[in-house]
Design a protein around this ligand. Structure first.
Ligand SMILES: [Zn+2]
Length: 429
């Protein structure tokens, strides 16, 4: 991996990627742009798959999800897949279908809470809007990416003088009543016609639009030790997978990068990790080698392994007791291997050993995480893909703070370490 960049360059690259992706649709668009620039070809699920040469790369988009692959020299039935998977979505506030609210002279928008939002962090922030809009085209509905970074709205906190107990009792919000962002005063024609005007007057049919923080991501802290940015969970993983994927040389096995929308709401959707997208890609690549042996998918799965990359809980100096005392991952300390006895993480002894080997091979330290035994554990796309497709899987991630906050924190030292390990797995298996 002689063509690797410095830690600082990759951290800066992550900031650029995060800024390019305020919504899953923008993340996929940016990822597709970079893949296309690297010679990958977009193909479509509606069309008959054509044979591709070994070493050639393609990708499929399904809404906010994208799966890319580089065909191996050998059949995946024999040489397997090396898969790295992550999610493109992040918790935020989404605009309702009939969002317009006028109250006490203010214009507000009704919002739904998407995923496990750390609600109080969204207050008193300058919020923009981004996502996907369906508009009326000559042959039916057409998608449009939409984004404005103009601060359009705020969810204003109640003044402390009217909420004296807040610092003792905590900031609590009723999701229906107290999260509606305020957009304006006076007269307004409503969200739909505003949106239409933003899209040069196109007729708006429907949307998936959310709010995002308009503050730019940045490096910060002493010697720029930290990355301060929104959506590090899980664009930190999408970015490092993409960089590693593009760095990798073709191999006997087939390399696959799978970025899924809807992880934060359970993945059981048309474009989520529980949908058929990745399994269909496996079938397509098995068929590419004309080796249609009975049980081909099972053999391919058994010859494969997958890295499920999602951000990990770094130990917090002010809340260190919330971590298991022997498992306190540090920001900057290298990839975190996550395991859980009830397999909320997919890691098994076999895949953890394999991951340790990969880290050792590229001289990157690794750390372990298990939840405190008396706390419920989070999860990732790892266990569901492992179960559905029969691929041995390990769950790893970069350590971070403020997970699911509107603005999160990770370490500048980590992306380069993650990219080195992922590229090693893509190439060497
Ligand atoms: Zn995540």
């Amino acid at each position: 991996m002689s063509d690797m960049k410095t830690a600082q360059q990759y951290a800066q690259g992550l900031l650029d990627y995060v800024w390019a992706g305020p919504s899953p649709f923008h993340v996929v668009e940016e990822t597709a742009r970079r893949l296309t620039a690297a010679g990958f070809e977009q193909v479509f699920e509606k069309e008959e798959p054509q044979a591709i040469a070994s070493g050639a790369g393609q990708f499929i988009i399904r809404g906010g999800s994208l799966v890319a692959w580089r065909a191996g020299e050998a059949s995946p039935v024999v040489a397997g897949f090396r898969v790295a998977a992550a999610h493109t979505d992040s918790p935020n506030l989404r605009v309702k279908p009939n969002p317009d609210v006028k109250k006490e002279g203010y214009y507000q928008l009704g919002v739904e809470v998407y995923g496990g939002v750390l609600l109080h962090t969204w207050t008193d922030r300058d919020l923009g809007l981004s996502g996907r809009v369906m508009v009326e085209g000559p042959d039916g509905a057409e998608p449009r990416l939409f984004r404005t970074d103009k601060p359009m709205a705020r969810i204003a906190n109640l003044a402390i003088h009217l909420n004296r107990g807040v610092n003792k009792d905590g900031a609590k919000y009723n999701k229906q009543k107290q999260l509606k962002p305020v957009l304006g005063l006076g007269e307004w024609d409503g969200f739909e016609s505003w949106l239409s005007a933003q899209l040069d007057g196109e007729k708006v049919l429907s949307w998936e639009i959310g709010f995002h923080d308009t503050q730019q991501p940045s490096l910060g802290g002493i010697d720029d030790a930290f990355i301060f940015a929104p959506r590090l969970d899980n664009l930190g993983s999408c970015y490092t997978i993409l960089e590693a994927f593009l760095l990798s040389k073709p191999a006997a096995h087939t390399q696959v990068m799978a970025l899924f929308d809807h992880e934060e709401i359970g993945s059981q959707t048309y474009r989520g990790a529980r949908g058929p997208l990745l399994g269909d890609v496996m079938d397509r690549l098995i068929a590419n080698h004309a080796q249609q042996a009975i049980g081909g998918r099972v053999r391919a799965g058994a010859n494969s392994w997958m890295i499920s990359a999602d951000m990990a809980h770094g130990v917090h100096p002010n809340y260190a007791e919330m971590h298991e005392p022997n498992h306190k991952p540090m920001l900057g300390g290298g990839p975190v291997l996550k395991s859980h006895v009830e397999h909320r993480y997919a890691s098994e002894a076999e895949t953890m050993a394999r991951m340790r080997g990969a880290c050792a091979a590229v001289g990157v330290p690794c750390q372990e995480f298990v939840n405190r035994t008396d706390l419920a554990c989070g999860s990732t796309v790892g266990p569901m893909i492992a179960a559905d497709l029969g691929i041995p899987t390990v769950d790893i991630g970069m350590a971070m703070l403020s997970m699911h906050s509107v603005r999160e924190q990770a370490a500048t030292a980590d992306p380069v370490q993650m990219i080195a390990v992922l590229a090693h797995v893509f190439e060497e298996g």
